[in-house]
Ligand binder design. Structure first.
Ligand code: ADE
Length: 388
C-alpha cells in the first residue's frame, strides 16, 4: 500500500485530561495491541526503522522485512558501518529503495554527530535524510513520548469517519482539521498509545472498505456510524487511476558461465540495485528486436542469437510491467557502459547483490534453462558414446 499523506505534525497543545472517548480508544489498544515485531524491545532505532518501512508497506508485509533488517543491523552504529550495497541487499524486496538509502545516510549522520543516539524531538528528527513530518512525529511520540499527533493514512481514515469529514483527505484543509481535532484530544503524557491506537484501529477494525463497527471501541461516538448507511463510504475517494502497462525486454548475457549485470543509478526508481540490460519495447517493435537494440545501446554488445525464456510480470505502485526475458551466449564485443558500473557474476554472486523483485523473478527461468542445457548436453554425449 502506498501511504500518500505527508501530514505536518500539529502544534503541541495536548490536553492533560483525556477525553473519555479517547480513553475508550486507549483502553481498547492496551488490551488488543498486536505483538508486532517492532513492539518487542522497542528501542528508538527499531521504532524508526519500523516507521520508515510502514510508511509505504502494510504491516503483514513489513514484518518479515523488519525482522531481517534489524537482525542484520541491530542498531545505529551497525547500520552506519555497513556499505550501501549491504543495506540495499537487506532491504531487497521491500521496495521504495530510497527509504533504505536515506536510512543509511541518516544512521551515518547520527553516528558521526551524536555518537549513535537518535534525536528526541520531532523538529530535530526532521533534519535527517528521509525523515518527513509523519515519521518525525511517530518516532518522537512512540520512542520519546513527545506530545505530538502522528497520523498516517489509517489514522486519517479513522478520524474522517469519527468526525464525519466528507472532504477528500488529500486536501490540506481536511487534513488540518483532523489534525487539530486530534491535537485537542491528545493526552499529553500518552501520545504513544493515542497515535498507535488510532493506527491499530485503522488496521484491524476501521478497515478501508468494510469497517467492522460492531467490534469498534468508539462506535458509540463515531459520526459516520451514527449518520451514514455505510460508514465505509468515508473517506471520500478519488476514482482509482488505471495503472499503465509497460512492455520491456531484458537480456541475460552469459559468457563463460557468468552473467552481465548493470548497476542502476543511485537515485530514482530502484536506485543502486543491479539488473540485466534491457528497456522498454517501442510501439510496434518486436520484443526480440527491442532486446537486441537495448543491449546494443546500453552495453555496446551485439548478438544475433536471442532465446526467449518467457514473460515475467511485475507490479509497481504506479505501473505494471511485462518483461520479455531473453538469454544469449553469443554476444559480441567489449562492454561499454556510460556512467554505470557493470559486473560479470555467477549465480551465487548474483544472489548476493541487491536485485529488484522483477530481476529475482527471472532467476528461476534462467536456472531452469541452464538445467535443460546440461541435460541435453549429457544425453547428447551419452548418445554420442553409444553411437561410437
Ligand atoms: N503503522 C505505522 N506505524 C505503525 C505502528 N507503530 N504499529 C502498527 N502499525 C503502524
Amino acid at each position: 500500500m502506498t501511504v500518500k499523506f505527508r501530514p505536518r505534525p500539529a502544534r503541541p497543545t495536548a490536553t492533560a485530561r483525556p477525553d473519555p472517548r479517547v480513553k475508550a480508544l486507549m483502553t481498547w489498544f492496551s488490551r488488543h495491541r498486536r505483538p508486532l515485531p517492532w513492539r518487542r524491545h522497542p528501542t528508538p532505532y527499531r521504532i524508526w526503522v519500523a516507521e520508515v518501512l510502514l510508511q509505504q508497506t502494510r504491516v503483514a508485509q513489513a514484518a518479515p522485512y523488519f525482522e531481517r533488517f534489524v537482525r542484520r543491523f541491530p542498531n545505529v552504529s551497525a547500520l552506519a558501518r555497513a556499505s550501501e550495497e549491504q543495506v540495499l541487499k537487506a532491504w531487497e524486496g521491500a521496495g521504495y529503495y530510497a527509504r533504505a538509502r536515506h536510512l543509511h545516510q541518516a544512521a551515518r549522520q547520527i553516528q558521526r554527530e551524536r555518537a549513535g543516539e537518535l534525536p528526541h524531538q520531532s523538529g530535530e528528527l526532521r533534519q535527517l535524510p528521509g525523515v518527513g513530518p509523519y515519521i518525525a512525529a511517530a518516532v518522537a511520540s512512540l520512542a520519546f513520548h513527545e506530545p505530538i499527533v502522528a497520523l498516517d493514512a489509517n489514522g486519517f481514515r479513522v478520524l474522517a469517519r469519527w468526525t464525519l469529514e466528507r472532504r477528500d483527505l488529500h486536501r490540506a484543509a481536511a487534513q488540518n482539521r483532523l489534525r487539530r481535532w486530534a491535537m485537542d484530544r491528545l493526552p499529553a503524557r500518552r501520545s504513544a498509545e493515542f497515535n498507535e491506537g488510532l493506527m491499530e484501529l485503522g488496521e484491524t477494525i476501521c478497515l478501508p472498505l468494510r469497517p467492522e463497527c460492531t467490534r469498534c471501541p468508539v462506535a458509540g461516538q463515531c459520526r459516520a456510524r451514527q449518520e451514514l448507511p455505510d460508514p465505509g463510504a468515508l473517506p471520500t475517494r478519488r476514482p482509482p487511476r488505471a495503472k499503465p502497462q509497460v512492455v520491456a525486454a531484458v537480456v541475460a548475457v552469459n559468457r563463460g558461465g557468468r552473467w552481465l549485470v548493470l548497476r542502476r543509478p543511485s537515485t530514482g526508481l530502484l536506485g543502486g540495485l543491479w539488473e540485466f540490460p534491457g528497456g522498454k519495447v517501442a510501439p510496434r517493435e518486436r520484443p526480440v528486436a527491442a532486446a537486441a537494440r537495448e543491449l546494443r545501446e546500453e552495453t555496446g554488445l551485439t548478438t544475433g542469437m536471442l532465446e526467449e525464456l518467457g514473460v515475467v510480470r511485475h507490479e509497481y505502485s504506479h505501473f505494471r510491467v511485462a518483461l520479455h526475458l531473453f538469454r544469449t551466449r553469443s554476444a559480441r564485443g567489449r562492454v561499454r557502459v556510460r556512467g554505470r558500473r557493470h559486473r560479470w557474476v555467477g549465480f551465487a554472486e548474483l544472489r548476493r547483490l541487491p536485485l529488484p523483485r522483477a530481476t529475482l523473478k527471472m532467476l528461476p527461468p534462467l536456472e531452469r534453462a541452464g538445467k535443460r542445457d546440461r541435460a541435453s548436453r549429457d544425453s547428447g554425449s551419452r548418445r554420442g558414446r553409444t553411437g561410437a
